[in-house]
Design a protein around this ligand. Structure first.
Ligand SMILES: Cc1ncc(COP(=O)(O)O)c(C=O)c1O
Length: 274
C-alpha cells in the first residue's frame, strides 16, 4: 500500500485525503514539482524546491517550508521503496470558498512517490495548434492548472506519440506538455528562451549548462528543418525524437543528441544535487 504525506504526516493511500473544498481541486490553485528518485535518492532536489518557491510566489501562496518538504520526501521515500521513482510534491491554496477567492486556512501539502519505468531512448512527438500563453499570469509557473496539457497529451497518444509540442501566441517554438524541446541546426544545439513562455525546466537548465546549448527564439517551423530534435524533463532526462507529426527524422539517435544524452548521464551520475 502506497504511503502518502498529507499536511503533516504519512497516511495509507486510501486514507490520504484533502477537503473537497481544497482550492487545488475546485479551481486548480496549486503548484507542484516532480522529482526523480533513483534507489531512494532524489535528483536535483534543491533546484526543485527553489522552483517550487518561485511558483508559490507567482501564485501568491506562502513560501513552502523546504525543511518540512525534505522531511516529508525522506519519509515517503523510506515508506515506498522503488528503484526509479516519481516524487510528486503538490502545494495548493488549501480550504477555500467555492470560487476563485482563496481561503484563509493556509496551503495544503501532499508528497507522494510512485515507481516508474525508464523511458525509451527515443520517442515520437506531435505538434498541436493550441498555444502556450507567454504573457499569461501563470507563464513559467509549474501550476496544477494542467488540463491544457491533459488534452494535448491525449491527442499525442491518439497519434502514437508520447508528447505534444506547443507554439506560443507568436507562433514561436515553446515546449511540450511536460518537457522542454531542443533542436540541432548545423551541429549547434538550441532551445527556446524562457521568454517564449516555457517552464524553466531543471533538466533544460542542466542540459544548457553541460552541453553549451544556446537559448534561441525559434519559429515553430524549425521543426521541419532541424537535423535532430530532443526533449528534456525530469523523467525523460535527454530523450531523442525520431518522428514529429509525419516527419521521420534520420533513423537512430543523431550524433549530437547521443552526445547530450551521454554527457547528461555522466554529469547527473556524478552529482545528485547539481
Ligand atoms: C510544462 C513543462 N515544461 C517542461 C517541463 C520539464 O521540466 P523539468 O526538466 O524541470 O522536469 C515540465 C515538467 O516536468 C513541464 O511540466
Amino acid at each position: 500500500m502506497m504511503r502518502i504525506w498529507v499536511n503533516g504526516g504519512l497516511r495509507d493511500a486510501g486514507d490520504a485525503r484533502l477537503s473537497v473544498l481544497d482550492h487545488g481541486l475546485t479551481v486548480g490553485d496549486g503548484i507542484f514539482e516532480t522529482v526523480r528518485t533513483s534507489e531512494g535518492r532524489p535528483f536535483a532536489l534543491t533546484r526543485h524546491l527553489d522552483r517550487l518557491t518561485r511558483s508559490a510566489r507567482g501564485l501568491g501562496l506562502a513560501d513552502p517550508d523546504h525543511d518540512e518538504i525534505r522531511r516529508a520526501a525522506a519519509a515517503v521515500i523510506e515508506a515506498n521503496p522503488v528503484a526509479l521513482g516519481r516524487l510528486r510534491i503538490t502545494y495548493t491554496g488549501g480550504l477555500s470558498p467555492l470560487g476563485s477567492d482563496r481561503g484563509q486556512d493556509g496551503p495544503s501539502l501532499v508528497v507522494a512517490l510512485d515507481g516508474v519505468h525508464r523511458r525509451p531512448d527515443s520517442t515520437a512527438v506531435i505538434t498541436v495548434p493550441w498555444t502556450r500563453n507567454e504573457r499569461g499570469a501563470l507563464a513559467g509557473l509549474k501550476t496544477t492548472s494542467y488540463a491544457e496539457n491533459v488534452v494535448a497529451l491525449a491527442r499525442a497518444r491518439e497519434r502514437g506519440a508520447s508528447e505534444a509540442l506547443f507554439p506560443n501566441t507568436a507562433d514561436r517554438l515553446c515546449e511540450g506538455t511536460g518537457s522542454n524541446v531542443f533542436v540541432v541546426l548545423d551541429g549547434r544545439v538550441h532551445t527556446p528562451p524562457v521568454a517564449s513562455g516555457c517552464l524553466a525546466g531543471i533538466t533544460r537548465a542542466l542540459t544548457v549548462e553541460w552541453t553549451g546549448a544556446e537559448e534561441t527564439d525559434l519559429p515553430m517551423d524549425v521543426l521541419a528543418e532541424a537535423d535532430e530534435v530532443f526533449l528534456t524533463s525530469t523523467l525523460r532526462d535527454v530523450q531523442a525524437v525520431h518522428r514529429i507529426d509525419d516527419r521521420e527524422l534520420t533513423p537512430g539517435i543523431g550524433p549530437v543528441t547521443a552526445k547530450a544524452m551521454r554527457v547528461f548521464d555522466e554529469r547527473a551520475g556524478d552529482d545528485l544535487d547539481p
